[in-house]
Design a protein around this ligand. Structure first.
Ligand code: NAI
Length: 482
């Protein structure tokens, strides 16, 4: 704590650089800046205590400061051990009007290269408001669902009075997580139950986190209402696709500087992220091959000109293998053992379990050599090696800086709108998962289209009646797929 601001970041001296990049990013985030203007005198988030778990980047800094501009108090952690940009974290702590000696910003608990134990410590600090009135957070802003899971599992184990023992085969992440809950249960404060009871709602950023929310709701276990931000059209059809188109090759380039043109690149999964990934690699002249389990997405890949094959059949030719599935066990150690020398292997889905990193580490006779941060060469006993980016964690944020500002302005505008909605109208929502109305989606799109100089055609009243929409929108039915 310095000047009353709690924080755990790499170095507050980086704040000036962070502030410069935040200033440039603000211009590239017209949606967030429009929301600041729209709500300038209203402060709809006054009284909101937002605990946020989302990659602590420059773009996220603009999101955080927008929440603050709308009246919220905020605490923040990153949702991945490698994704923090330390200068952004420092600038948020210092704030626009503070100095490193006298910070006046927002408590942030995040640095690039956390251990798993540090990661969960940061998440816990972010959810722990030591206010004199004992009030905890009343909103969660989540990316991938870890903050929501901590509150849910904590509540579940507090009610049961016991934390289950970890299995030897459980991933390290889970073991560390259970240990944290065991410690908090031993302190016997009923902490997580209290936090869960105080939360008005959560807004979730990504496909993987949304899946977890629907599972909780289906089991009747969701403790508070949720808004699925990911499935706003202006989120998943833009950030997941065009954001990845930008940041995938950025990560590969910064990690390896290997020429992508002419290489055979395999993209596992052809959902929104996979579509952006395949286009990104094709744009560099790679020969892209797609793997899919879903015939519809497989057919889309084929129509877009990408051969659809199984990983097994394409493996002997692959130079680059990227997972984008949000599923587990997609590229196994046995696959990696059969790859060509110096094949680049990376994941851009939310969790690292798409790649069998545990199996790779256990592979008989395997040797790991760190080349530089977030780049490892793993050499098999037969002498061939593969290059693994970001230890299998999302490489666009681990090896590069994630998605650029303009596309994140779309995603984060939806986040802010969803926070305002749940904070101000929580009584109108059940413990279910909701999406934002299409009208708001169209509003977000309009702001960004205008910023790009786009001109929309105006419907005549007769035309609007003919296609059965309102002149002012929404222009599509809910089942329209874009
Ligand atoms: P999606 O559901 O649209 O796409 C996933 C695709 O993978 C689906 O088409 C599915 O059929 C396919 N798939 C599933 N199992 C497979 C397997 N074993 N082999 C081949 N294909 C398989 O999901 P979306 O939105 O594309 O997200 C994917 C992941 O990326 C999620 O974990 C999401 O949270 C994450 N994400 C990461 C971002 C980043 O910046 N790194 C940004 C946005 C999302």
């Amino acid at each position: 704590t310095r000047n009353g601001v709690e924080f755990a970041v790499a170095d507050l001296a980086l704040a000036e650089f962070g502030r410069k990049e935040i200033r440039l990013a603000e211009h590239e985030m017209p949606g967030l800046m429009a929301l600041r203007r729209e709500y300038a005198d209203v402060y709809p988030l006054r009284g909101a205590r937002v605990s946020g778990s989302l990659h602590m980047t420059v773009q996220t800094a603009v999101l955080i400061e927008t929440l603050v501009a709308l009246g919220a108090e905020v605490r923040w952690a990153s949702c991945n051990i490698f994704s923090t940009q330390d200068h952004a974290a420092a600038a948020v702590v210092v704030g626009p009007h503070g100095t490193p000696e006298e910070p006046r910003g927002v408590p942030v608990f995040a640095w690039k290269g956390e251990s798993l134990a540090e990661y969960w410590w940061c998440t816990e600090r972010m959810l722990t408001w030591d206010g004199s009135d004992g009030a905890g957070p009343n909103m969660i802003l989540d990316d991938g669902g870890d903050a929501t899971m901590l509150v849910h599992k904590g509540t579940e184990y507090e009610r049961a009075g016991v934390v289950p023992a970890a299995d030897d085969n459980d991933p390290d992440e889970w073991k560390v997580f259970l240990q944290l809950l065991r410690d908090s249960l031993a302190a016997d404060t009923g902490k997580w139950t209290k936090i869960g009871e105080g939360i008005r709602g959560v807004t979730e950023e990504t496909t993987t986190g949304v899946l977890r929310l629907y599972q909780l709701a289906a089991a009747g276990e969701l403790l508070f209402p949720a808004i699925n931000v990911n499935d706003s059209v202006t989120k998943s059809k833009f950030d997941n696709k065009y954001g990845i188109r930008h940041s995938l090759i950025d990560g590969i380039n910064r990690g390896t500087d290997v020429l992508i043109g002419g290489k055979v690149a395999v993209v596992c999964g052809y959902g929104d992220v996979g579509k952006g990934a395949a286009e990104s690699l094709r744009g560099q002249g790679a020969r892209v091959v797609v793997t899919e389990i879903d015939p519809i997405c497989g057919l889309q890949a084929a129509m877009d000109g990408f051969p659809v094959k199984t990983l097994e059949s394409v493996l002997p030719e692959a130079d680059i293998v990227i997972t984008t599935t949000g599923n587990k066990d997609v590229v196994m150690a046995e696959h990696m053992a059969r790859m060509k020398h110096q094949t680049i292997v990376g994941n851009i889905g939310h969790f690292d379990n798409e790649l069998d990193m545990a199996g790779l580490a256990r592979y008989p006779g395997i040797r790991r050599e760190n080349i530089k941060p977030q780049v490892d060469e793993w050499t098999f006993p037969d002498g061939h090696s593969i290059i693994v980016l970001s230890e299998g964690r999302l490489l666009n944020l681990g090896n590069a800086t994630g998605h650029p500002s303009f596309v994140m302005s779309n995603s984060f505008s939806n986040q802010v709108i969803a926070q305002v909605e749940l904070f101000t109208k929580h009584e109108e929502y059940d413990r279910e998962v909701y999406r934002l109305p299409k009208k708001l989606d169209e509003k977000v799109a309009k702001i960004h289209l205008q910023a790009l100089g786009g001109e929309l055609t105006k419907l005549t009243k007769e035309q609007a009646e003919y296609i059965d929409v309102d002149v002012e929108g929404p222009y599509k039915s809910d089942h329209y797929r874009y």
